[in-house]
Design a protein around this ligand. Structure first.
Ligand code: ADP
Ligand code: MG
Length: 484
């Protein structure tokens, strides 16, 4: 009993990990797929939108720069904004109009030293250094050499929103004397963030649904497996009578069917074994009783000094011992699992050889054995097949009244060889026909009841079959063997 819990716990553990594995198998790829596509989509959309923003900001900067005169810009000096000089006001108005028209946050003008000349929306005084330019030093170098540019990185404004700056050069004649900077907010970030949130929620929902599916699938798999496990454990405990219920799932159904076949086989072996044990005990008891009886008589004979009686009783004891020996030998032959030693053998030789072994017994009884076997080569275990045939012919001899004949014929057919043993004895009564192949079933006083079951076992081991027909006055045992 103490051996039982571990396998049960082991199986249950395996089932537990079945759901865990399914869960993993379902969720990991989904998570990877959603995560990767989500991240990639987000990054792509963001970089496209950022690029777009940079380009429109630098376009606005270029449009503004085209209207700014570099010469006038350079005339603006620190303090102009406080005084509100004309040039400064004109420029500031121009920037203000641009800011209004394009809806950007800030438009400002800087000279090549990075000092502010006018600032709308940023509030820096003229002459101040714009600290944000330090961030875009690289872009500014390009702008001062005459190109348009936009900052590579987004920066967080004082309002917490993300911004980007577009630049365009301001020229005097052909030289760049400053730059227009346009700051615009990355307004697309709101929708993008919402999109990413939606995507995350969708991923979560998909994962939850898949987890549910995985758990249900695992349960669906585990339940029939557990039933199967219970059946296996029951069989293991020795309960061979409760059938294994069929399972609807295909593969598990096959397993259940196989288990049921195994259980059936075990049950029938078990039944046969019990039957045989009972049979052996029963069979052995008879000769033992005889030996007990005759040895008792022998003791009395010896006391009385009667030698003739003593000799007769010793002979009876020897008879019983011989019978006991036959029972043991037959039983061993029947019970032994022998591998077939197949070899080519001529069918007529086999048939004649078996009949030869019984010639003396037949003659003693006044019975004639006629053999007529068609030539054929068999691939068989000669000594085992001979034993099977001997049992059939012996039964026929024992059943035949004196003066009758037994015919043993061999016929070669398409794919088989058929041997028939026919006698003219009284036949097998209807009531006994079912039972003659049972081990230990016998109607003869000194029979073992193992001849026919042994013969059938040998024939079946060869892939053949043993059958019979019987009417009073004619009994035929037919042994069919497959031949190449
Ligand atoms: N040719 C036959 N004619 C009539 N009865 C037979 C014949 N062969 C077998 N039987 C019956 O089948 C029984 C079982 O035979 P078998 O298995 O050879 O055991 P045993 O010969 O030791 O009795 C016999 O006891 C007999 O009743
Ligand atoms: Mg027999």
């Amino acid at each position: 009993m103490s051996g039982l819990p571990p396998p049960a716990a082991g199986l249950r553990g395996a089932l537990g990990s079945l759901s865990a594995r399914l869960l993993l198998a379902f969720l990991l790829p989904t998570l990877a797929l959603f995560g990767l596509t989500g991240a990639a989509g987000y990054t792509l959309a963001r970089s496209i939108l950022e690029e777009e923003l940079g380009q429109s900001l630098s376009a606005i900067a270029a449009a503004t720069a085209s209207q700014v005169s570099g010469e006038r810009m350079l005339t603006i000096e620190p303090g102009d904004d406080v005084q509100g000089t004309r040039t400064w006001r004109n420029l500031t108005r121009l920037l203000g109009e641009m800011q209004q028209a394009s809806g950007v946050r800030r438009v400002f003008l800087v000279d090549v030293q990075g000092r502010v000349r006018a600032d709308v929306g940023g509030g820096l005084p003229v002459g101040a250094e714009a600290p944000e330019l330090a961030r875009d030093r690289l872009e500014l170098t390009r702008v001062f050499s005459g190109e348009r540019a936009a900052s590579q990185v987004l920066f967080t404004g004082s309002d917490g929103l993300l911004y980007k700056t577009g630049y365009a050069p301001v020229r005097q004649a052909d030289t760049v004397v400053g730059a227009v900077a346009v700051e615009g907010s990355a307004a697309f970030f709101g929708p993008l963030a919402r999109l990413s949130r939606t995507f995350t929620v969708a991923t979560g929902v998909a994962l939850a649904v898949l987890a549910a599916v995985a758990v249900l699938t695992a349960r669906g798999l585990a339940r029939p497996l557990r039933r199967l496990m219970d059946s296996a454990l029951r069989i293991g405990r020795g309960d061979l009578t409760t059938p294994v219920p069929p399972e609807p799932t295909q593969e598990i159904g096959v397993l259940a069917r196989e288990l049921e076949v195994m259980r059936g086989a075990l049950e029938s072996r078990d039944r046969q074994l019990k039957l045989m044990l009972a049979g052996v005990a029963h069979e052995v008891r008879n000769p033992l009783g005889g030996i007990e009886l005759f040895s008792g008589l022998l003791a009395e004979d010896l006391k009385a000094g009667s030698t003739t009686d003593a000799t007769e009783h010793v002979a009876r004891i020897q008879q019983e011992v011989a019978y006991l020996q036959r029972i043991v030998e037959d039983f061993l032959a029947f019970a032994r699992e022998q591998p077939l030693a197949r070899a080519p053998i001529e069918a007529p030789v086999l048939v004649a050889g078996a009949c030869e072994l019984l010639a003396a017994e037949a003659q003693a009884k006044g019975v004639k054995v006629e053999v007529d076997a068609a030539p054929a080569q068999l691939e068989a275990d000669g000594s085992l097949l001979t034993a099977a045939l001997v049992n059939l012919v012996k039964n026929a001899v024992q059943a035949s009244p004196a003066g009758e004949r037994i015919t043993v014929t061999g016929r070669a057919e398409a794919e088989r060889y058929t041997i028939q043993v026919r006698d003219a004895g009284p036949g097998i009564p209807e009531a006994e026909r079912e039972r003659i192949f049972e081990p230990f079933f016998t109607t003869r006083e000194k029979g073992t009841g193992l001849g026919l079951p042994l013969a059938r076992k040998i024939v079946r081991a060869h892939g053949g079959e043993l059958a019979f027909t019987s009417t009073p006055g004619s009994t035929t045992f037919t042994l069919t063997l497959p031949s190449r």
